[in-house]
Design a binder for this molecule. Sequence first.
Ligand code: ZN
Length: 147
Amino acid sequence: MTLQAAPFTSKEIARIQKALRNQSRFWRPKREALNLAREKVQVGVTRKGLPKTRFEYRCLMGCGFRSFDPKGLQVDHIWEVGPIAKKAVGVLVTSKKPLPLFRVDWGAYIQALLCPLGRLRAICRPCHATKTAYYAKGQEIPDEHYL
Ligand SMILES: [Zn+2]
């Protein structure tokens, strides 16, 4: 006998998914991915004549985006997390309308979301949006985008 979670409604799935995505910002490899995109650059000279430096964050898609603000970058899942795997298993009868119930593969979803550093990279928002749009169309982002 395998241990199975109770089935969920679409609304419950969406809420849990949102909470998992939200908490994934504390995933250590995500912070490490952001650190891999930063480089110390000289921005001037101190009064003592020493180099004044700051961290600059660069998009790892190679578009040329640079920012001193780490919020300019987002951590991309190189292998898209994708939609959650769910299977309809019945209906919940309520006083309003019947709600479909689903069994969800939370393990697969969490593994895709909280993946190792090697499958994460920090990229700028426009590159992330472009990549996600290609993914939504079922296409790979073309090579010329990286040039
Ligand atoms: Zn970019």
